[in-house]
Design a protein around this ligand. Structure first.
Ligand SMILES: Nc1ccn([C@@H]2O[C@H](COP(=O)(O)OP(=O)(O)OP(=O)(O)O)[C@@H](O)[C@H]2O)c(=O)n1
Ligand SMILES: C[C@](O)(CO)[C@H](O)COP(=O)(O)O
Length: 243
């Protein structure tokens, strides 16, 4: 499907959120194989799991996926039965993939979330929480978890320099949410690389608000994460409304 035409596809016409999904990474830490977003978890690509959960969030109006350049057509075909999505070619770095997808989000969408395909089990409740925090006035919002390990600062030769106060540290997840104009300004201003989009916003001096993340939003990075995700897949969203 043509990307310009497809960008008008809407999930929920009343939603006010576009989600940009960087999915173009190789997944080197997962070991040899297909690009990470296309690796299988219980028979379905990680990207399918991720998009299905995003599409289930009522706030989401549109989803734009940045796929590996060679796989754009295949990803469009893969996702069409799951949800209406726009697929664009990603870049060599995560932030280039985010920028490529952000470029096709129409100006009239007020809130943009950036969500790693690799965090494919993130429940819709987290997406809704992040979107709600932006809607209620925050320029930038990140889902976080407390740090559970003791953290040491070390020298280049692995000698401990000290113990960091973990009570002021947070492990950061996605989706990260932004007022659309703020995310665009941060990406345009970003002179050097950043590992997450909130990092680029911080460099503009704009406050970034934290909301609770989820254990289900783990990033599949190493083979152990994939094994863990296989078990987590059977777990219900603990925040889903009871039926
Ligand atoms: N050039 C890139 C690199 C990463 N990503 C995406 O950014 C997210 C977070 O990246 P990470 O989990 O670190 O994935 P990889 O870069 O693929 O992992 P690795 O460093 O092990 O190769 C993933 O959904 C990944 O597909 C992307 O869209 N474009
Ligand atoms: C954006 C991110 O998911 C926040 O934790 C993470 O930084 C992306 O992974 P990377 O390994 O830093 O590319």
């Amino acid at each position: 499907m043509n990307a310009d035409r497809d960008v008008t596809a809407q999930l929920n016409a009343r939603g006010d959120v576009a989600v940009v999904v960087p999915a173009a990474g190789a997944g080197l830490r997962l070991g040899p194989g297909a690009p990470k977003a296309l690796r299988l978890l219980e028979g379905e690509p990680l990207l399918v799991h991720a998009v299905r959960r995003l599409a289930a969030a009522p706030s989401v109006r549109m989803i734009v996926v940045a796929a590996p350049r060679a796989d754009v057509g295949a990803v469009q075909a893969l996702l069409s039965p799951v949800a209406p999505v726009t697929v664009v070619p990603g870049g060599a770095e995560r932030q280039e993939s985010v920028a490529a997808a952000l470029a096709v989000v129409p100006d009239e969408v007020p809130i943009v979330l950036v969500h790693d395909a690799a965090r494919c089990l993130t429940p819709p409740s987290v997406t809704e929480r992040v979107a709600a925090a932006v809607r209620s006035g925050a320029d930038a919002v990140i889902p976080v978890l407390p740090v559970v390990d003791t953290i040491k600062e070390v020298s280049a030769d692995e000698v401990v320099l000290g113990t960091v106060d973990r009570s002021v540290l947070r492990a950061v997840q996605t989706p990260q949410g932004f007022r659309a104009a703020v995310l665009r300004a941060a990406h345009e201003a970003a002179a050097d690389s950043h590992t997450d989009d909130a990092g680029a916003v911080e460099k503009l001096g704009i406050p970034v608000r934290c909301v609770p993340g989820s254990d289900l939003a783990l990033k599949i990075t190493r083979p152990l994460d994939l094994a863990l995700a296989t078990h987590l897949l059977a777990m219900p969203d603990p925040e889903a409304p009871a039926v």
